[in-house]
Design a protein around this ligand. Structure first.
Ligand SMILES: Nc1ncnc2c1ncn2[C@@H]1O[C@H](COP(=O)(O)OP(=O)(O)OP(=O)(O)O)[C@@H](O)[C@H]1O
Length: 328
C-alpha cells in the first residue's frame, strides 16, 4: 500500500503479511532471539492523520503497559513517527472472526466457547480493575492460541475512565447508551461481552439490522430469547447473566468478574479470585510522554514521544455502513 510498511525495523526480520486492518499492516517477523512475533506497522495514512496516529500510539503504550495472560502481550514498540511499530505475540490462527469463518456453521464446541468467554471476561475484569475501558470487544479483536486460550487485543480505543477518552465501538456490539451518545464504561464493555456470549454460545449475534439505524433500534428496544432456550447446554444461571449483561440500563449489568465466575462454573471449575501482575497503574496513557521499548525480558530503551492530545468530544459516526467498523 505505502512505503511505511517497507522500511526496516531494527531488531526484526520481516516475513509475510498476516493481515491488513484500517490502521496498520501486520507482518510476521522474527526477533533477535529467533522468536516469531506479529509486527503492526501503521499505514502512511494513519501516520498522516493526527487522530489515527494518536490511536496507534495509544495502542502501543497500553499494550506495553498492561500485563495479563488474556490481554495480547506486547514485546516492543515505538508509539509515534515514521519508525512507529508494535511487536506483539503471534497467533498463527489469526483473529477469532477469521477462525470462525473457517469452521462450518461458525460454531466452536461448547467448552471451547465457554473457555474463550471466561478468558475475555477475565481480561475485561483486569482492565476495569485498572479503571480502563476497552470499547471494542468483538471477535475481530480476540486471538486464540493452540490450547484454546483467548487474549483480547487492539487497545487503540482503550482509555482510563478518570482521564476521559473518545467514545467508540462497533455497531453490532455497542451498548444502547453509546448509541444515545453517552460515555462508555465498564458496563458498556460488559454489554459487548453479552453480545459475544450470544454469538459464541447460540451461533448468532442477538441483534441484526441492515443499517446503523436498524441496529440501533434493535439494541435499544429488543430483548433476545434466553440463551438457554437457544442452546440448552448453557446453564440457567449463565443464561440469566448473559441477559443481564444485555440490560438496557448500564447499572443493571453484572461485573465482568461475575460473568467469569459463572463461565468457569459451567466449565465445572471452582472460580478463584484473580491476582493481577503489577501493572504501572500510575501511568495512564494521557500522562505518558515516553514509550518504553520492551524486550521479552524487560525494558531496553526509551524514546521521547509527544504526550497524547486532550480527549475530544464525541465525534460523528462514520458515514459508510459497516456493522463491524469502529465508530470514531
Ligand atoms: N497477533 C497477531 N497474530 C496473527 N495475526 C494477527 C495478529 N494481529 C493481527 N493479525 C492479523 O492482522 C489483521 C489486522 O489486524 P488488526 O485488525 O489488529 O489491524 P489494525 O489496523 O490495527 O486494526 P483496525 O482495523 O481495528 O484499525 C487481523 O485481522 C489478523 O488477520
Amino acid at each position: 500500500m505505502t512505503d511505511s510498511h517497507n522500511h526496516a525495523i531494527p531488531g526484526y526480520t520481516l516475513h509475510r503479511t498476516l493481515g491488513r486492518g484500517n490502521t496498520s499492516l501486520v507482518r510476521l517477523a522474527v526477533d533477535r532471539d529467533g522468536e516469531q512475533v506479529a509486527l503492526k506497522i501503521p499505514h502512511e495514512e494513519t501516520l498522516g492523520n493526527q487522530e489515527a496516529a494518536e490511536r496507534f500510539g495509544n495502542e502501543v503504550r497500553l499494550t506495553l503497559q498492561f500485563r495479563h495472560s488474556h490481554v495480547v502481550r506486547g514485546y516492543a514498540g515505538t508509539a509515534f513517527g515514521p519508525g512507529a511499530f508494535l511487536a506483539i505475540r503471534y497467533y498463527p490462527e489469526g483473529a477469532l472472526n477469521e477462525q470462525l469463518a473457517r469452521i462450518p456453521g461458525r460454531t466452536l464446541p461448547l467448552r471451547g466457547s465457554l473457555r474463550i468467554l471466561a478468558d475475555l471476561a477475565s481480561a475485561l475484569a483486569y482492565l476495569h480493575h485498572l479503571g480502563a475501558v476497552h470499547q471494542d470487544l468483538k471477535t475481530h479483536n480476540v486471538y486464540v492460541d493452540g490450547q484454546g486460550r483467548a487474549a483480547l487485543g487492539d487497545l487503540g480505543n482503550t482509555y482510563f475512565v478518570a482521564q476521559g477518552g473518545q467514545v467508540s465501538g462497533s455497531p453490532y456490539y455497542m451498548a444502547p447508551e453509546i448509541y444515545h451518545g453517552e460515555s462508555s464504561s465498564a458496563a458498556s464493555d460488559v454489554y459487548s461481552l453479552g453480545i459475544l456470549m450470544y454469538e459464541l454460545l447460540s451461533g448468532d449475534r442477538p441483534y441484526q439490522g441492515n443499517s446503523y439505524e436498524e441496529l440501533m433500534v434493535a439494541h435499544m428496544t429488543r430483548f433476545p430469547a434466553p440463551l438457554t432456550h437457544l442452546n440448552p447446554a448453557v446453564s440457567r444461571p449463565l443464561s440469566r447473566l448473559a441477559e443481564q449483561a444485555l440490560a438496557k440500563r448500564p447499572g443493571e449489568r453484572p461485573h465482568a468478574d461475575a460473568i467469569r465466575r459463572a463461565l468457569l462454573s459451567d466449565l465445572g471449575e471452582t472460580p478463584q479470585d484473580e491476582v493481577y501482575e503489577d501493572t504501572k497503574k500510575s501511568q495512564p496513557a494521557q500522562d505518558v510522554g515516553q514509550t518504553t521499548l520492551m524486550g521479552r525480558h524487560g525494558p531496553t530503551q526509551t524514546r521521547n514521544v509527544p504526550a497524547q492530545a486532550e480527549a475530544k468530544p464525541e465525534a460523528q459516526r462514520s458515514a459508510g455502513w459497516n456493522p463491524f467498523k469502529r465508530r470514531k
